[in-house]
Design a protein around this ligand. Structure first.
Ligand SMILES: Nc1ncnc2c1ncn2[C@@H]1O[C@H](COP(=O)(O)OP(=O)(O)O)[C@@H](O)[C@H]1O
Ligand SMILES: [Mg+2]
Length: 407
C-alpha cells in the first residue's frame, strides 16, 4: 500500500487513465474524492481514515490518474485566473453582485434622505454626488441603505493618497486599464438587469475623518469618469466623514457636483431610532443629552448597555462641544474675522446661520473647513445647499454662549 504523493510541480507524470474517463468523469470522481476524504477523516477513531487509505491503496493507479488530471486542470484554472481576462471576469462578477450594506436592514431606520439618494442614483446623468453632513449624522448608513441590492457597485475606503492602487488590489485588477474594462463590461451587463436602480456602474468612495489625502485625486477622477469617454460613464458617490471633509472635494466647482445633505434626525425619526433600541419612552431624555445626531444617540444607547448613565453621556458631549468651541474661537477665518467673531455673529442670528458674505467680507467655506479639519474643532459647519454657516449643534451653541459670556 503506497501513500498518495502529488506529482511534483512542473514535471510530466506518466498517467494510466481508466478507459473512456472523459474530463467530466474525472471532475466528478475528483469531486467525490474531495468530498469523501474529510468524511473518512472526520471519524476521530481513525478507523474510517484507515479505510480511506486502504481504498486509495486498492485503486492507486486510478487515484493517481485522477489526481494528476485534477492537478493539470487546477493549473489551467490558476493560469486563467492570473491572466488579465481572468482578473477582469473575477472583478466583474464581484461588481455585479447585489450590494450588501454592512448593517442588517432590520437595524436600520428608513429616512427620507435615502429616497433622495435613490432618486439621484436612478436619474443620474453626470457629475459626482457628494454626501455631506456632520460626522456621525448617518451618511454612510444612508448611502449603503440606498444602495442595498443594487448591482454594479464598487466600494472603496480612501485610506491614503494611494487609494487607487488599494482599490485595484482589493478588486484584484492590477491597473486602471483593467479597472476601466471591468466598468465598461459592468455597464454592458447591467443591461441584463432592467430593474436595477441604475444603468451605470457606481464607484462609492468613503472618506474617513482622519484623511483628506487623495481627495484631489478623487475630485479629478470623479470628473474624468463621469463622462462616456472611457467607455462607460461611472457615477462617483463620495461619502465624506464630516461636513468639513465634504468641502475638501472639488470636481470643478459646485455646478459640477450634486450635494446631498444628511442632517439631524427629525423628532419622529429620533423616536423611531430609540424604539429600535427599546428606549421610546425616554426619547426626550436622550435628545436632551445628545441632540438629534443619530450617531450620538447610538453611542448613548451603547453607553447605557455598558452601564454609563445618560447624564454622564451628556456631560461627555458637553465637554466635547466646549473643546471644539474653544478651538474654533482661536481660528483666523479671514484676515479680518476671527472664529470668536463668527461665533458671536452666529449667536445673534441663531437658529439662522450666517451667509458666506456679510458686512462686505467673504468668508471662504473651503478655507474655514480646512482650518476646522486641521485643528479638529468642528463647532461650525457650512451647509452646501443652504449656503450658510451654522452651529454644529445646540450643545455647541450653548458652549459658545458660555465661553463668550466670560471673555
Ligand atoms: N438609518 C440608521 N438606522 C439606524 N442606525 C443608524 C442609521 N444611521 C446611522 N445610524 C447609527 O449611527 C452611527 C453613525 O452613522 P454613520 O452612517 O456611520 O455616520 P457618518 O457616516 O455620517 O459619520 C452608525 O454607526 C449607526 O449606529
Ligand atoms: Mg461615514
Amino acid at each position: 500500500m503506497g501513500a498518495f504523493v502529488p506529482p511534483p510541480q512542473g514535471k510530466a507524470v506518466a498517467v494510466r487513465c481508466p478507459p473512456r474517463l472523459g474530463a467530466r468523469g474525472i471532475g466528478h470522481v475528483v469531486g467525490s474524492c474531495i468530498m469523501a476524504a474529510p468524511a473518512y477523516a472526520s471519524d476521530t477513531s481513525g478507523r474510517d481514515f484507515q479505510q480511506f487509505v486502504d481504498d486509495v491503496g486498492r485503486n492507486r493507479d486510478f487515484f493517481i490518474s485522477v489526481a494528476s488530471a485534477a492537478f493539470a486542470f487546477g493549473q489551467l484554472v490558476a493560469a486563467f485566473k492570473a491572466s488579465p481576462e481572468g482578473k477582469i471576469q473575477d472583478a466583474l462578477a464581484k461588481t455585479m453582485e447585489p450590494f450588501e450594506p454592512s448593517r442588517p436592514q432590520d437595524e436600520v431606520i428608513q429616512r427620507p434622505v435615502m429616497e433622495t439618494l435613490r432618486q439621484r442614483i436612478a436619474s443620474w446623468q453626470q457629475h459626482a454626488t457628494i454626501i455631506g453632513g456632520r460626522y456621525q449624522s448617518g451618511k454612510s448608513v444612508a448611502t449603503e441603505e440606498a444602495l442595498r441590492g443594487v448591482r454594479g457597485v464598487v466600494r472603496c475606503t480612501i485610506e491614503s493618497s494611494d487609494w487607487k492602487r488599494m482599490m485595484f488590489e482589493e478588486l484584484k485588477v492590477e491597473d486602471g486599464g483593467l479597472f476601466t474594462e471591468v466598468m465598461r463590461r459592468a455597464r454592458e451587463k447591467l443591461k441584463d438587469f432592467p430593474d436595477n436602480l441604475t444603468k451605470f456602474p457606481i464607484l462609492l468612495l468613503e472618506v474617513p475623518r482622519t484623511t483628506t489625502e487623495g481627495i484631489n485625486l478623487i475630485s479629478s477622477t470623479a470628473k474624468d469618469v463621469a463622462t462616456d469617454k472611457i467607455g462607460s460613464a461611472i457615477h462617483v458617490i463620495v461619502s465624506a466623514s464630516s461636513a468639513a471633509v465634504a468641502l475638501a472635494f472639488d470636481a470643478g466647482g459646485t455646478e459640477r457636483q450634486e450635494d446631498i445633505w444628511v442632517g439631524d434626525l427629525t423628532e419622529e425619526e429620533a423616536k423611531e431610532f430609540l424604539a429600535l433600541h427599546g428606549h421610546e419612552n425616554k426619547w426626550e431624555d436622550f435628545v436632551d443629552a445628545c441632540g438629534f445626531r443619530i450617531g450620538n444617540l447610538a453611542k448613548a444607547c451603547e453607553n447605557l448597555k455598558k452601564g454609563m448613565s445618560l447624564d454622564n453621556t451628556k456631560q461627555e458631549y458637553q465637554r466635547l462641544a466646549t473643546v471644539e468651541v474653544v478651538g474654533f474661537l482661536e481660528l483666523q477665518a479671514h484676515p479680518k474675522v476671527t472664529g470668536r467673531e463668527m461665533l458671536q455673529e452666529l449667536l445673534k442670528v441663531y437658529p439662522e446661520g450666517i451667509p458666506e458674505v456679510s458686512n462686505g467680507i467673504r468668508i471662504l467655506p473651503r478655507e474655514v473647513a480646512a482650518l476646522i479639519r486641521n485643528k479638529s474643532c468642528h463647532a461650525v459647519y457650512f451647509h452646501p445647499i443652504k449656503k450658510r454657516f451654522f452651529f454644529a449643534s445646540k450643545l455647541h451653541k450653548e458652549a459658545a454662549e458660555a465661553q463668550l459670556a466670560n471673555p
